[in-house]
Design a binder for this molecule. Sequence first.
Ligand SMILES: NC(=O)c1ccc[n+]([C@@H]2O[C@H](COP(=O)([O-])OP(=O)(O)OC[C@H]3O[C@@H](n4cnc5c(N)ncnc54)[C@H](O)[C@@H]3O)[C@@H](O)[C@H]2O)c1
Length: 249
Amino acid sequence: MGEEASRVVMITGGSRGIGRATAYAFAEEGARLVLAHYDPDETAAEETLAVLKSRGIAAESHRVDVSSYPVVTALLNDILDRFGRIDVLVNNAGITRDKILVRMSEEEWDAVIQVNLKSVFNCTQAVLKPMLKQRSGCIVSLSSVVAERGNFGQGNYAASKAGVLGFTRSVAREVASRAIRVNAVAPGFIETDMTAVLPEKVKESFIEQIPLGRMGHPEDVANAVYWLCSDKAAYLTGQVIHVNGGMYM
Ligand SMILES: NC(=O)c1ccc[n+]([C@@H]2O[C@H](COP(=O)([O-])OP(=O)(O)OC[C@H]3O[C@@H](n4cnc5c(N)ncnc54)[C@H](O)[C@@H]3O)[C@@H](O)[C@H]2O)c1
């Protein structure tokens, strides 16, 4: 299948932030986009779809909880029935529930592991069956700089994002012989709703740790995700690309 024509691309957390920027990057090649999100309402998803429509892109959005195995299975079955294939999966949905460990509740631990790590298992397993048959496919999962260096108040989040890296490397080994590539992108400190909630002082102290001297834009991350799913990255699998302005080297 010609890469330019119509790859079927699924992006979780595609309503806003990094997922939205990634959808716009794939829109440039005319991909058929399936976006999933779990926002409280459809406002951001509708904005994203409107922009895609104005660019002539066939896109659809589903409000689904990707941490639920049966929900993901049903969605992927539906996509495969209608499109007959899946070429790219971007595991981007993510949440934070920050708390120092002695104060962290079991619910805060479980929620972050479920959404950030279990969803990656759910979606990856669901797309692998058709990809193995096709003998092609590309999977990119969003990790974080925090997976490598840890972060005060983010024991749950760091564990989930480090889990993504181990998962990526293991699955990459399992499916490489079928020409399926599995990689991760680890962003640093990116300007999205996720970081907008941080107090100004915390933001300033992060920016001081970034050699390039600024927060990243969602597009900085989206470009790396897109590149990993292109033929230019045909010889990369099991890798993690750090997009962090030099925050971690
Ligand atoms: N923003 C950063 O600084 C940063 C840094 C490192 C890693 N990341 C990671 O990049 C990814 C995107 O982050 P962002 O900043 O764009 O976040 P965001 O908060 O702007 O958007 C998160 C997206 O995930 C979706 N989502 C959340 N829970 C879901 C669920 N259960 N099912 C389906 N969708 C769900 C939301 O609906 C939304 O579309 C996340 O995995 C995040 O952990 C972000």
